[in-house]
Design a protein around this ligand. Structure first.
Ligand code: ARG
Length: 484
């Protein structure tokens, strides 16, 4: 539900504290303080959750007898009208509204009069805001799982259609060993599969309802918390009111998951930037996910991939921000905790946009089989294969490594490829090298020799594709189950 559009009339504010007569305060807040204190410019995004929570709380109050049946009807009707007003006329806030909770309370008063005042029975803004934020984390953890599933599906489809396209695998960004593109793309699939587990953890940790904790000690009204939790879609109620009011772990859990996820996407983005350079020429993005240059007419830049690369640190910064806010904060609530929302909302917007872009970008990506195949045909990539050939003949691997290093030096110094070395040159390095040496260097055999489970060879890759399909199916089923 967080969105970037601010409500029309949220402006830097001149404070106006109402009801000075029956308030503890005689003076209005200083505008400099009010500007810092007022959370409405961002917490308006909690409105829908706050309204839902208020409906459930009102029903809880009615079950307890604090509201009679007619009052509950008027209360629910009033909350509906507040919601409709917000939809129709934007957020009609007053300068004196400190936050979304106070604003809704005031709007409800305008709709149903003094009855609105009963809604705050047995509830503090401390447990109220914690509950709203938990609902946000639940909704957006689920959304993130769904979006990860979409990106995983794209990667899996690409892996299926490019399962036998070789390209060089790199370490230190130096050509290392050839792999199949399908195998390489599935590496990202499994990263996202772990992100799904992280978001699931955030979803579970946000499924404990703080409402009923009051300001910190619990409330004087024995509201049936389980029933309210059920009404709002929480799995559990918090065990301890102090923890309930002071806990923001569920936000940290979301931010941690979002940080890992956007870090993964940044690595994908980075590889696509490199691969789509003229020097590599392994892939090309669709025009719809690229930009031109304002001065160089020939340019087609992979901006979408660059932004995936660059957005990740800001999500990690949001995580670090909230860890810093919560660090050493005495129990229970401190206004510091109002600072949980902007990092959360920004991370939600960022990671959801990045996952969406990943899906779209991968829909239109085109790989160049020939360029990748040429690059992976570099015989030097088969050096480990030759070493393993020697190992099969009883040479210890470390010794074999040295022999092949010598052969590579011979070839480089003579300006030849490895297969151009003569049988005499081979024997000068090792008595164990015969014609099988040339067989091992044959293109393609280096890939198929990786038959180990999880390796790039076609056989384990086919098994991996099946496993990925099953994992994706489980993610889809999980989302469906949560939504139903
Ligand atoms: N706007 C506040 C927040 O986001 C709501 C809770 C206010 N509680 C309080 N004791 N002043 O944290």
């Amino acid at each position: 539900m967080p969105a970037n559009d601010p409500p029309e009339n949220v402006t830097p504010l001149r404070p106006a504290r109402e009801a000075a007569e029956d308030s503890r305060f005689r003076k209005e807040p200083d505008p400099r303080f009010w500007r810092l204190n007022r959370s409405l410019p961002f917490d308006w995004q909690l409105a829908a959750y706050d309204l839902d929570q208020s409906r459930a709380h009102a029903r809880g109050l009615q079950r307890l007898g604090v509201l009679d049946a007619a009052e509950l009807v008027r209360m629910e009707d009033g909350l509906d009208r507040v919601e409709a007003r917000m939809h129709e006329h934007g957020f009609a806030f007053e300068e004196s509204d400190e936050d979304i909770h106070m604003a809704i309370e005031r709007l409800l008063g305008e709709e149903i009069g003094s009855l609105a005042g009963k809604l705050h029975t047995g509830r503090s803004r401390n447990d109220q805001v914690a509950t709203d934020v938990a609902l946000v984390v639940q909704a957006h953890s689920l959304r993130a799982i769904e979006l990860c599933g979409n990106a995983m599906e794209r990667l899996l489809r690409l892996a299926e259609t490019h399962r036998d396209w070789p390209l060089p695998g790199y370490t230190h960004l130096q050509r290392a060993q050839p792999v199949y593109l399908g195998h390489h793309l599935l590496a990202y699939f499994w990263m996202l599969a772990r992100d799904v587990l992280r978001f699931q953890f955030a979803l579970d940790s946000a499924s404990v309802m703080p409402l009923g904790s009051g300001a910190l000690a619990g409330v004087n009204w024995e509201i049936d918390r389980e029933a309210v939790a059920d009404d709002l879609g929480f799995e559990h109620v918090s065990h301890n009111s102090i923890d309930g009011a002071s806990n923001r772990d569920f936000v940290l859990d979301y931010l941690s998951a979002a940080s890992a996820c956007s870090m993964h996407l940044s690595r994908l983005g980075s590889e696509i930037v490199i691969w789509s350079s003229t020097e590599f020429g392994f892939c090309e993005l669709d025009e719809t996910f690229s930009s031109g240059s304002s001065i160089m007419p020939q340019k087609k830049n992979p901006d979408s991939a660059e932004l995936l690369r660059a957005k990740s640190p800001r999500v990690a910064a949001s995580y670090a921000t909230l860890l810093g806010v919560m660090h050493a904060l005495p129990l229970t609530y401190g206004k510091d905790m109002q600072e949980d929302k902007e990092p959360l909302f920004d991370a939600i917007d960022t990671v959801e946009a990045c996952l969406d872009v990943t899906v779209g970008m991968l829909e239109g990506i085109a790989f160049d089989r020939e360029r990748m195949e040429d690059a992976s045909g570099d015989e030097m990539l088969a050096a480990t294969e030759v070493a393993d050939l020697l190992v099969r003949r009883g040479v210890p691997f470390r010794e074999a490594h040295g022999v092949v290093g010598g052969l590579v030096r011979d070839a480089v110094e003579a300006g030849k490829s490895l297969s151009e070395l003569t049988p005499e040159q081979l024997r000068a390095r090792s008595e164990h090298l015969d014609d099988s040496y040339y067989e091992v260097l044959r293109r393609g055999s280096w890939l198929e020799s990786k038959r180990i489970a999880g390796g790039t060879g076609s056989v384990p890759l086919a098994a991996q594709i099946v496993e990925a399909g099953e994992t994706l199916g489980a993610v889809r089923a999980r989302v469906q189950e949560e939504r139903s």
